[in-house]
Design a protein around this ligand. Structure first.
Ligand code: BGC
Length: 552
């Protein structure tokens, strides 16, 4: 895209040594939350809700008799015959697992091209495409008459999920005012949990519709998908994207509209600086930079935490809680239990929102990891004691205790590993590695999600209660990993190399970063000095930046 006549190349103000001012010009930013930005937040919520809805809907649908009859007659026969079969194995079926998990495989595959598309054709168009994938996928699934159609529909949904996960958080970060950026990023996770709960409630209602209740469950995703599609058409393009493409005046006009004021020069100049830097970095270069010695620690930590998030075992529970409760306790309230789990997930996510910028990321990740580990070990012990091979189900008391333990597990996840992995993934990278870094995070998370979704019911069948010990082991590993390798990233401005600096001081990562780490520290020292000199004359909400630079 070329600059139009009349577009003015803005002055790019820099320090006398050519470096960008510490904290950019954030001290001069004006404009607060506007209705326009709230609409943007709604679109983000729609992307997250769709993601959650499609995760939460499968388990309940799989537990419905009409669905089993049509697509999995063997399972239907096992669940209704009353013939004693090992309850741990009632739902063990590779194709059933494929139906749950395939969405994450296609999501992981699309993550890389989606990040590229957002950069080349823009955030708006990419969002519309993602909404169209959702619509098509939901339609195919709701109208499915055979398993192939069902799985193709779910794969197309995965394209929508992967595209939305790459583009929506970037779009939000770019249009949100500085002070609300963190909160809006968290909103994506809140919306995901609300989507999961909505799906569980829908299943609870549609189970009473004989024959076609499952079609309604799967087809209802079309509603938020239409909002995402329309949102992509009517929302403003991101100012950063327009400015990077040389459409300066249009970018500035949108920024003014978003901020509700004409006084946006400081923020505009910062975006221009950033866009200039970004324009210098090709997509391939961005990937090369991601694995350079300076960025390797951030890449390793953000991607490993994203992968570990799935090894907590969360999606085994979110996908399969209904079928697990139905097979282990033979309970007709399996779908009600799923709703209780979903509600715990939403409420605990809000608890995390209150704590994440007070306690910090590290304590929450460690506490959450330990809580999940303890609940899983307790679940394993309970199942080992309560289930005897000669019985086909466990009694009501232990089944309720099992539900309580699973809720404790989900709560531990929801205020720690659930949101923090995404918040960290988006904030930890430097400007030129942000889109490639986020694609890597999404791909790592979705691949592991696919693996767990594809194998959990087989594990439950062969390892029985040992499955929970397996996940408890992983929770221990990831807690130790965070304890030794993750520096605290709370209250750090998303600016240039501030995060790299934390890793450059870390006893382990400083060795990996070598000379490049020492150079980062030297530069940050200069930035801190400049910041201290400049403070006092500035307005705006700078507490976070003051705190950070004062520690330097
Ligand atoms: C995870 C999802 C999970 C959800 C549960 C998200 O952070 O990425 O895989 O289903 O949390 O709330």
């Amino acid at each position: 895209m070329r600059a139009k006549a009349g577009d003015q190349v803005p002055l790019v103000a820099q320090n006398s040594d050519g470096g960008i001012k510490p904290g950019g010009r954030v001290q001069h930013y004006t404009g607060h939350m506007t209705v326009y930005v709230l609409v943007v937040a709604l679109v983000s919520a729609t992307g997250g809700m769709l993601f959650g809805f499609d995760i939460g809907i499968v388990g309940g649908v799989e537990a419905m008799a009409s669905f089993q009859q049509q697509f999995f007659p063997d399972i239907y026969a096992k669940t209704t015959s009353g013939v004693s079969d090992d309850p741990y194995c009632k739902f063990h079926d590779t194709r059933l697992q494929l139906f749950s998990a395939i969405m994450f495989l296609s999501g992981a595959i699309i993550a890389l091209p989606a990040g590229y598309a957002a950069r080349v054709v823009g955030r708006k168009k990419t969002m519309t495409v993602s909404g169209c994938f959702f619509l098509l996928g939901a339609g195919l699934q709701a109208g499915a008459n055979n398993l192939t159609q069902l799985i193709v529909g779910r794969s197309i949904l995965g394209f929508g999920v992967g595209t939305a996960a790459c583009v929506v958080p970037v779009y939000i970060a770019e249009v949100a005012p500085f002070a609300s950026r963190g909160g809006l990023a968290y909103l994506f996770q809140v919306a995901t949990t609300v989507g999961i709960l909505a799906a569980q409630l829908v299943n609870y209602g549609t189970q009473y519709i004989p024959d076609w209740g499952w079609r309604l469950s799967l087809g209802l995703a079309a509603m938020p998908a239409s909002i995402l599609c329309l949102g992509g058409l009517v929302l403003p393009e991101s100012p950063s994207y327009l400015i990077e493409k040389g459409q300066w005046s249009q970018g500035k006009a949108i920024l003014q509209k978003l901020r509700g004021t004409d006084e946006v020069d400081a923020e505009y100049a910062d975006i221009c600086d950033a866009a200039q830097q970004a324009a210098k970095t090709s997509n391939l270069q961005s990937w090369k930079n991601l694995v350079s010695r300076q960025n390797l620690p951030m890449f390793v930590m953000s991607s490993s935490l994203a992968a570990f998030q799935q090894l907590t075992g969360i999606n085994a529970i979110i996908f399969y809680a209904p079928v697990m409760f139905e097979s282990l306790s033979g309970s007709s309230s399996a779908l009600m239990n799923a709703v209780v789990i979903g509600a715990t997930n939403v409420v605990s996510t809000f608890v995390g929102l209150l704590l994440v910028d007070r306690w910090g990321r590290r304590p929450l990740l460690i506490q959450g990891g330990l809580q999940m580990m303890a609940s899983q070990i307790a679940t394993a012990v309970l199942l080992a004691l309560a289930y005897h091979p000669h019985t086909t189900t466990i009694a009501t008391g232990p089944a309720v205790a099992c539900l309580v333990l699973i809720c404790l597990f989900v709560a531990g996840f929801a205020w720690s590993w659930g949101p923090i992995v995404w918040v960290l993934g988006a904030e930890i990278q430097t400007l030129d590695t942000r889109t490639s870094g986020m694609s890597a995070v999404v791909a790592a998370n979705y691949l592991l999600s696919f693996v767990i979704g594809q194998s959990f019911l087989s594990m439950l069948c062969s390892m029985q209660w040992g499955t929970f010990v397996f996940f408890a082991g992983w929770n221990l590993v990831m807690t130790v990993w965070v304890y030794f390798l993750l520096p605290e990233t709370m209250n750090i401005p998303i600016e240039d190399t501030a995060y790299a600096c934390l890793f450059a001081r870390h006893p382990v990562w400083s060795r990996v970063m070598g000379k490049s780490g020492r150079a980062v520290l030297e530069r940050e020292g200069f930035r801190a000095a400049a910041w201290r000199e400049a403070r006092g004359s500035e307005g705006g909400d700078l507490r976070q930046l003051h705190k950070y630079y004062d520690q330097m």
